[in-house]
Design a protein around this ligand. Sequence first.
Ligand SMILES: NC(=O)C1=CN([C@@H]2O[C@H](COP(=O)(O)OP(=O)(O)OC[C@H]3O[C@@H](n4cnc5c(N)ncnc54)[C@H](OP(=O)(O)O)[C@@H]3O)[C@@H](O)[C@H]2O)C=CC1
Ligand SMILES: O=C(CO)[C@H](O)[C@H](O)COP(=O)(O)O
Length: 465
Amino acid sequence: MEKTYDFGLVGLGVMGRNFILNVADNNFSAYGLDTDSEKVKSLREEGAGKVVDGTTDKKEFISKLSRPRKIMLLVPAGGPVDAVINDLSPLLDKGDLIIDGGNSFFTDTDRRAESLESKGIYFFGTGVSGGAKGARFGPSIMPGGDKDAYEIVRPVFEAVSAKVNGEPCVDYMGARSAGNYVKMVHNGIEYGLMQLISEAYDVMKRGLGLSNQQLHNTFDQWNKSKLQSFLVEITAEIFTKKDELTNKDLIDVILDKAKQKGTGKWTSQNAMDLGIPVPTIDVAVSMREISSMKADREKAESLYGAKSIKGDSSLTVKDVEDALFFAYIVTYAQGMTQLWAASKEYKYGCDMETIAKIWRGGCIIRSGLLEDMRKAYARDKALSSLLLDKDIAAKAKSCEVSARKVAAYAIGQGIPVSGMVAGLSYFDAFTTGRLPLNLIQAQRDHFGSHTYERTDREGIFHTEW
Ligand SMILES: NC(=O)C1=CN([C@@H]2O[C@H](COP(=O)(O)OP(=O)(O)OC[C@H]3O[C@@H](n4cnc5c(N)ncnc54)[C@H](OP(=O)(O)O)[C@@H]3O)[C@@H](O)[C@H]2O)C=CC1
Ligand SMILES: O=C(CO)[C@H](O)[C@H](O)COP(=O)(O)O
């Protein structure tokens, strides 16, 4: 009988090629499919010595897989996912699994799952984070779908995922599109943290006058303390990289226009739909948009005059470290509250401790703080905000003064720190028992008879103003 393979992978690009080699390294035989024969050829070359092979022929691909088939897609989100499903599903049998590992929009996953369910095929919207290296050596994996069918693919995912204290960075996220939703918010938090790091860079470069070498040393040091995180680690590395074309520091020749594929924007948009504030993530999306208005920014700089930034001898690198840590906490808190609310709204059944647990390793937003977050959710499964946990609160409080100092300095000098400021304002509003929004209620009632509630008695009231 012809040999069959344990795992199928469609799309041998950046993520797929690395993921399939990781599967093969973990003693699962794997078979790939791509439209490009060159990609299949290079998979064979890179996979020499492993039980891995591939094809450009979908029928051959399907015939090579053992049943129930486990087929992961790592193709671009949107049309290509539907195209692959339409191509392959007529060739599949009841009980087979299609796992979409891309950054698909969660409602697309619900639609696809529903359509495949009627054919007896399981569909798993599955977030994968960690970039190319993660896919190759251990990503964080966020699968959602049918809980029982997850058992079919669990051994492969647990083997290939990153490990923290021997625990795999993968677990069942919840029903239907829970996996894609969790990955979407992961990316929203990723946008927030990246924006905050770029603000810390700006304050230290233009405000404190640090050189690239000093910035490297600083981020490297931070990565060994409370700010330990993948994004801080790679930031430290970035400051030492030389440009091969000019031999300048590469960071200084990279254009200041940040691109985006949409997952951060989706996070913000859906947070609005849920009525959950995620201002740091909103601002991170806006800043990428402002960054792309390069020509207008340059015109405006000559119209208004370039900022002449003055230093402040009382502001230290330690203040910036604390301000960044404070903003990290608030950003995670916003994203986790969105997940908590989405899980209720969409009946995903997410376990917040599990999400924090599988983000501790492998993914782009992994950081030392994730273990503190996991502990917070272990103490209180129903925690609506991380800021309400007493240990997280103690960490935030210890950095609050520096967060205000850095924000005040940057605003005074015209250094844009909208991520840090958004985080601080969110924190201030969230930790204020009485806000001035009683006035908004009065105005609404004044101009539109929209009614208001009172502080001193139950009921709905209207006043003839
Ligand atoms: N890159 C990253 O760091 C991360 C990416 N992701 C997500 O993973 C998914 C894949 O990303 P990535 O690997 O970067 O993308 P790539 O573009 O590098 O790879 C996609 C691959 O899919 C192939 N493909 C497209 N359509 C088909 C088809 N109908 N049948 C077979 N193969 C097909 C493409 O072939 P061809 O080029 O010939 O069209 C290409 O080889 C995306 O959703 C992305 O958002 C998630 C986490 C991190
Ligand atoms: O999913 C990822 C990491 O987890 C991608 O790398 C991320 O989508 C990049 O997003 P963008 O291009 O919008 O910055």
